[in-house]
Write a protein that binds this ligand. Structure first.
Ligand code: HEM
Length: 460
């Protein structure tokens, strides 16, 4: 009785947090390195439920699997959490751009970028998105015949990169797309690898991985500084996101440091192209295995009578097509995990937690939690038709995160993804190739490890 009263007054100490059995000194690192995070977390969840502790070196990593706890981290108690150490491996690539920065610098970066991502500004980009998609589909029509197979993920990566280049930076990347995409892929792979390493060797050590990463970073720097200097040389800055960053001035009238502008460009390329391509690739995997959903998408796009869809169509006509994308983001959220550093002593899920430790939450598991979803493993786009979300826990579905650090590109991506999906469905019917090897790669993002090999069933 007395204990229950005391627990109410002050949350129980850290040692009361369930902790799976672990190695001395190394804690759970050997298991994490050997099996990967997901199997370790799933095993721990079976035994310990929604909140438990993993020990990584001298740090505790608290795993929060209930939306209530995630609400505390991202919304109600957000100031007790930060992005310091958790984001170090990504910082190697994007520096102090908007994704990784904090405090006043982040507020400034977000203030500058936000107007470009409001619903109205994003809708105005639909024409550019459809023009580039049209160009890609013309190429597909020439290249692929019925019965041909191709990796749709690879194609979508190139398209998403071109769309980011054109819409945010007014760049025609079609010539450079291979080189830039390659640089991003190598850099991301190395960065993910570093993030997963038990011991991170300093970047200046000449290990093969570091040498590849440094080369990719040099290419990214060359590409981005060239973008900046070309725009400056043009005399006028234009009205896209790059212009917003180049025109920004602080109270003393000083522009942003060119290095910071470079960081923003790399951040937006990184955050905005791979995630969208992954989301669409998983969507084609799901469509390829659910012909009845394809039928419904095709019926919906046919209502457009063959014309190019607009932003308004996405709101009015393409509601099921958009729901397909949203449901795919539920089952295969490209950003499958999220993490924060604890920066102030606080209470989380009924336990006291301390600065220096970290928290991890997993949209991938929350999106498949049977307490919040009927038949969670079923691909059922109807869940996202208007009015269907009523009564759902507001943190049960967070492919774009939540709170002030929520994805700035969510409207952008839903618009782009729906338009691309609709335009592909207007021209092709794709099924999953019998040779397709489908596996998730749980790194910083959840890519299809071997791509998504599709077969052209019909040209329309
Ligand atoms: C399916 C596509 C996408 C997914 C799943 C996604 C997911 C996310 C998530 C989960 C976050 C929060 C990360 C965190 O908590 O640290 C985030 C942040 C961000 N995303 Fe996205 N994103 C997508 C597309 C885009 C696009 C298209 C853009 C830009 C055009 C973009 C730009 C950003 C930026 C700049 C941030 C950092 C925002 C801030 O901290 O203020 N994302 N995204």
């Amino acid at each position: 009785m007395l204990q229950a009263l005391l627990d109410r007054v002050s949350p129980p100490p850290i040692d009361s947090i369930p902790t799976p059995s672990r190695w001395p000194v190394f804690g759970h690192l050997p298991m994490l390195t050997r099996h990967g995070l997901m199997p370790v977390v799933e095993a721990a969840r079976q035994k310990h439920g929604d909140f438990f502790r993993l020990c990584v070196g001298k740090h505790s990593l608290f795993v929060a699997l209930h939306p209530d706890a995630v609400e505390q981290i991202l919304l109600t108690d957000k100031d007790s959490y930060g992005k310091r150490d958790t984001y170090d491996s990504i910082r190697v690539l994007v520096g102090d751009g908007i994704l990784t920065s904090e405090g006043e610098l982040w507020r400034r970066e977000r203030r500058i970028a936000q107007p470009s991502f409001n619903k109205g500004s994003v809708a105005a980009l639909a024409g550019k998105m459809t023009r580039l998609t049209e160009r890609t589909l013309t190429r597909w029509t020439q290249r692929y015949e019925v019965g041909d197979e191709f990796d749709v993920y690879k194609e979508l990566l190139a398209l998403a990169m071109e769309i980011i280049g054109e819409t945010l930076f007014s760049l025609d990347l079609s010539a450079r797309v291979d080189e830039s995409a390659e640089a991003f892929t190598v850099a991301l792979e190395q960065v993910s690898g570093r993030g997963n390493q038990m011991l991170q060797l300093p970047l200046h050590w000449p290990t093969p991985g570091n040498l590849r990463l440094r080369k990719a970073l040099r290419t990214l720097d060359a590409v981005t500084f060239e973008i900046i200097s070309r725009r400056r040389a043009a005399g006028t800055h234009g009205d896209d996101l790059l212009a917003a960053y180049l025109n920004a001035r602080d109270e003393q009238g000083a522009p942003l440091d060119p290095r910071l502008v470079r960081d923003e460009i790399v951040t937006f390329f990184l955050a905005g192209h791979e995630t969208t391509a992954i989301a669409l690739a998983w969507t084609f995997y799901l469509l390829g295995t659910h012909p009845e959903v394809w039928d419904r998408v095709i019926a919906e796009v046919d209502a457009l009578g063959g014309r190019v869809p607009t932003a308004e169509d996405v709101q009015t006509t393409l509601v099921y097509t958009k729901a397909v994308l949203q449901e795919s983001l539920r089952l295969y959220p490209p950003t499958w995990s999220g993490g924060r550093d604890i920066v102030a002593e606080t209470e989380l899920a009924g336990h006291r937690v301390h600065p220096g430790d970290r928290v991890l939450y997993l949209p991938f598991l929350m999106h498949r939690d049977p307490r919040f979803w009927d038949e969670p493993e079923r691909f059922e786009p109807v869940r996202f038709l208007p009015g269907q979300a009523q009564g759902r826990h507001k943190l049960a579905y967070i492919p774009f995160s939540a709170g002030p650090r929520m994805c700035i590109g969510n409207h952008f991506t839903l618009l782009e993804g729906t338009l691309v999906l609709a335009m592909i469905a207007q021209r092709f019917r794709l099924s999953l190739s019998p040779q397709a090897r489908i596996a998730q790669e749980f790194q910083i993002t959840m890519r299809p490890r071997h791509g998504v090999l599709v077969r052209v069933e019909a040209k329309r």
